[in-house]
Ligand binder design. Structure first.
Ligand code: ADP
Ligand code: GLC
Length: 459
């Protein structure tokens, strides 16, 4: 008996990691970075991981060695073909839920070309979650039954609900990456999906007269994690809770905030494949930064002029949405431009109004404000390496990865004290300078005060 349990204990833990995006296969934001870095880090520790993604068109184009593992009957939601594939960026097999009618589409995984959510997102991600749950209970008889199923955000919210219908479900971990994004639908849709009727109740997924995939994820999990300790506290308050604060307060004993890590191989200024000059922070990095800045400006389509190369440059990379506070930065810009010599570089895509504001300000200050309205991994890396200060004035930030990339690239971040920004950036004060812990600049108010971002002349 003792012998058997010893043998069992030495087997690697089996984890099914379920996500709707993973770098480099498909990415809209930090969820993709984490869904690449975390499973790989677990695999490096000896954990037996499988990552499960929807078989979007972009993903199918990039993977190799496709094999069919089998077909799953998802009832009213259709039939899913389950594929196994390889990709050099992943240390483990990549599993894909192939349902051409739902996932074989161009572009962004959640939105149609016009920018609006795909109308059938409830079906798409309920089907994905149901397939995940069936794989989590080894319904294909593959001989691989995970002990832990790790689901992420609303897109995977029903995974644990479906697993709860099993006799002996695996342990169910659900991670909140951003509580502000959810998928909610009405009773007619709930019925059309033929979800178990008892799920439409306050104890399960019903949420203010709708059904919420995020709530289902929270309610049906054994452990809820979120991506920083501060955000774990914030989401238990009405201001940051998006209606879920009381649910999370009640779930406090199974809620924890665990700071995201970053992939220190991909984001390494000494070897980053996108940089034209490599460097190590702590050494003399000015020359390398200058070369990377030049490459960044050229990649953005600008000619190299002296001012942009010599002046201090403040950079921003991110989704152009209310969350990121880019409007606050734009409010502060004229003042900072008039009182300092600083230049600005923005890389982002998102809300049309913010894109238009950026275009207007870049047209007004052609020698000092540089923009790339689009998604470019290469320019994002060059910016981290080429600017002097990284601005991340987010209104809220569950974790945030760019401030951590900035720290690694010797580019001090200016951040608002919220979520993961508060947990990773230590404000520069006489005391933190003395202690040697200062690594950036932190402000409290989510508004533009009289001295802008603290970059006005005299600072
Ligand atoms: P969020 O997930 O809220 O968007 P994070 O800071 O966690 O914010 O992660 C954002 C990720 O997406 C980073 O890797 C960032 O560099 C990248 N990113 C966002 N917008 C762009 C863009 N327009 N071009 C290149 N990379 C981008
Ligand atoms: C979300 C959050 C971001 C976090 C990322 C990865 O998109 O907005 O703060 O870093 O998920 O967890």
């Amino acid at each position: 008996m003792a012998k058997t349990s010893k043998k069992k204990a030495s087997l690697p833990l089996r984890v099914l990691y379920v996500s709707s995006e993973a770098f480099p296969l498909i990415k809209t934001g930090g969820l993709a970075d984490v869904s690449h870095a975390l499973p790989n880090a677990l695999a490096a520790l000896g954990v037996d991981v499988r990552i499960l993604l929807p078989a979007y068109r972009a993903v199918l184009k990039q993977v190799e060695d496709l094999q069919i593992l089998g077909w799953l009957d998802l009832g009213a939601m259709g039939e899913a073909r389950i594929l196994q594939a390889c990709h050099p960026a992943f240390r483990m097999p990549v599993w894909l839920v192939d349902m051409a009618a739902l996932f074989d589409r161009e572009g962004n995984p959640y939105t149609a070309p016009g920018g609006e959510d795909w109308a059938d997102n409830p079906l798409r991600f309920s089907a994905f979650s149901k397939a995940a749950a069936l794989l989590g209970s080894d319904s294909l008889d593959l001989g691989w039954r995970p002990q832990v199923v790790h689901a992420n955000d609303w897109q995977t919210g029903l995974t644990h609900a479906f697993l709860a219908l099993e006799k002996r479900p695996p342990r169910r971990v659900f991670t909140i990456h951003n509580l502000a994004y959810d998928c909610q639908f009405d009773f007619a849709r709930f019925q059309a999906l033929r979800l178990p009727p008892h799920w439409w109740s306050m104890e399960h997924g019903e949420f203010y007269g709708k059904f919420s995939l995020m709530k289902a994820g929270l309610v049906f999990s054994d452990a809820i994690t979120t991506v920083s300790p501060t955000y774990a506290k914030e989401i238990c308050t009405p201001e940051f809770g998006y209606g879920y604060a009381s649910i999370l307060q009640h779930a406090r004993d199974r809620l924890s905030g665990i700071l995201n890590g970053i992939d220190t191989e991909l984001w390494d200024p000494a070897s980053d494949k996108y940089l034209v000059a490599h460097y190590a922070p702590g050494k003399d990095i000015a020359k390398a930064k200058r070369l990377n800045r030049g490459a960044m400006l050229q990649a953005m389509g600008y000619e190299l002029k002296r001012q942009a190369m010599d002046a201090p440059m403040i950079g921003f990379v991110g989704r152009l949405v209310h969350q990121k506070g880019v409007d606050l930065l734009l409010d502060a810009l004229p003042r900072v431009l008039s009182q300092t010599a600083a230049c600005f570089a923005f890389v982002g895509t998102g809300e049309a109004a913010l894109e238009a504001r950026l275009q207007a300000i870049a047209a007004e200050y052609p020698e000092r404000v540089f923009i790339h309205l689009g998604y470019s991994e290469a320019i994002g890396h060059l910016l981290e390496a080429g600017v002097d200060i990284f601005a991340m004035p987010s209104r809220y930030e569950p974790c945030g990865l760019n401030q951590m990339y900035s720290l690694r690239y010797g580019t001090p971040p200016v951040v608002r004290r919220t979520g993961g920004l508060a947990d990773t950036v230590i404000d520069t004060t006489p005391a933190t300078l003395r202690k040697g812990t200062a690594n950036g600049f932190v402000f409290d108010a989510p508004r533009c005060g009289p001295v802008g971002l603290g970059l006005a002349a005299g600072h």
